[in-house]
Design a protein around this ligand. Structure first.
Ligand SMILES: Nc1ncnc2c1ncn2[C@@H]1O[C@H](COP(=O)(O)OP(=O)(O)OP(=O)(O)O)[C@@H](O)[C@H]1O
Ligand SMILES: [Mg+2]
Length: 409
């Protein structure tokens, strides 16, 4: 479920350049924002994201069109105990289908899926549903969640995704309880890199898409903590020709939206970079972007943390105390500097997502972290809470993979 304080800002008006279907057009021109292709790209959309009618979008051969009755069976009649989560669009249910025939299978057999069901009528919901089918029907990347198919029958609008067994990053960072042990530093860095690669791919010349809703609840994790972006309902085609931005009404989630976007509605890939900076800061601090339960002056994470981030010693005030001893000071400083860079008030000073990816890659490879962890096992065990075990960096990661089990119906 989305962060309770992260409310949607407001609904956008119908796409201004919309075709009859409500899906806006694009061409293959350069957007002039300097974004280059991502080295992480392993596959590309074979169909260019050109102006497509609703029929064209839905007939996308790679997506399976499910009958409502099939998805009813697959989710055991949308049983409440199959609910994986709930968001603004509707509820998400766990289900099972036959891997080859893609028809409903006996619960517990075949392939596990996640079924998102739109639970309200109206144009806005339909449009977000169609945008998801349009983008995820064409974009393929290891760091984007895979859309298997959809259902469009009478008033029913559903989406069928690959099942992400560890749920959302939001749950791992902010849920408390025995199921959710604090995510270790190494896994946080791994997730940050995976999510950054997903955004870099979207911004690349190949896709040219602005995601517009980057937040912890939209970063899903598979069994190996590979991060995948979900929710393309708010995504927009990037600017084309010599345009520097796309003009839109402001929509997104409080706490994550870039200041210039909030002020002007001008959307660029750098708006996503700002949101990435917010999420990176959430990962480093273990605090929510907006948290009204904190003392006055600490409600807004970015405003509160910004003065501490450039200082060698003061960054400890920001870093999640549950991570103590799992990272070296140098690596933590670099990660904090990267977050600060992404959060630059002026968009042009922010890095591109390709640059973010290479910085994060350097941080993963930094032997400093491992050395420090191996030489200070006691600090490690302390940071793991009350486990009392002395763990090497590798076993820490394994411990993370074992301990951070996601409760599933
Ligand atoms: N493919 C999936 N596999 C496993 N769990 C999923 C999947 N998709 C969504 N979920 C779970 O369902 C929850 C709700 O997802 P959803 O995208 O509908 O809303 P949200 O991102 O939490 O909020 P918002 O509507 O503000 O974007 C997620 O946080 C996640 O826990
Ligand atoms: Mg979501």
């Amino acid at each position: 479920m989305g962060n309770c304080w992260s409310v949607r800002i407001k609904a956008e008006s119908p796409f201004h350049s919309a075709s009859a279907s409500g899906v806006n057009s694009r061409n293959n021109g350069k957007d002039g924002n300097g974004l280059s292709g991502s080295s992480s790209r392993v596959s590309s959309s074979s169909v260019p994201l050109t102006c497509r009618s609703e029929d064209e979008i839905l007939q996308c051969s790679k997506l399976r069109c499910f009958a409502f009755s099939d998805l009813k069976t697959a989710t055991r009649n949308f049983r409440p105990d199959s609910v994986l989560g709930e968001g603004g669009f509707g509820s998400v249910f766990k289900g099972w289908i036959d891997e080859h025939a893609l028809t409903a299978s006996k619960p517990g057999t075949g392939m596990v899926i996640a079924v998102k069901r739109l639970n309200h009528d109206g144009f806005q919901g339909h449009r977000e549903w169609l945008a998801e089918v349009n983008y995820l029907g064409q974009l393929y990347h290891p760091n984007l969640v895979r859309l298997i198919g959809y259902c469009f029958e009478d008033q029913h609008r559903l989406l069928v995704y690959e099942f992400m067994s560890r749920g959302s990053l939001e749950n791992h960072l902010f849920r408390r309880g025995s199921y959710f042990q604090p995510l270790p530093w190494n896994l946080r860095m791994k997730v940050a890199l995976g999510a950054a690669k997903g955004l870099a791919y979207l911004h690349s010349a190949e896709a040219k898409v602005i995601y517009r809703d980057f937040k912890t609840s939209n970063v899903l994790l598979d069994s190996n903590y590979n991060a995948k972006l979900s929710d393309f309902g708010l995504a927009k085609d990037g600017p084309t020709g010599d345009k520097t931005h796309v003009s839109t009404r402001v929509i997104g989630t409080y706490g994550y939206a870039a200041p210039e976007y909030l002020a002007t509605g001008h959307l660029t890939a750098k708006s996503d970079v700002y949101s990435f900076g917010v999420v990176l800061l959430e990962m480093l601090s273990g605090r929510r972007a907006i948290d009204k339960n904190r003392p006055p002056g600490e409600h807004n994470l970015v405003e509160w943390a910004r003065p501490y981030l450039p200082h060698k010693r003061k960054i400890f005030r920001v870093l999640d105390t549950r991570l103590e001893g799992q990272y070296s000071l140098g690596v933590a400083q670099k990660a904090a500097a990267l977050a600060l860079h992404c959060l630059s008030t002026e968009a042009r000073f922010r890095p591109t997502m390709d640059e973010v990816v290479s910085t994060l890659e350097q941080l993963q490879d930094n032997k400093d972290t491992a050395k420090k962890s191996e030489s200070e096992p006691k600090e490690h065990s302390r940071s793991l809470g009350n486990s009392g075990h002395e763990l090497s960096q590798r076993s820490l990661e394994e411990a993370g993979a074992r301990k951070v089990a996601y409760p599933r119906p």
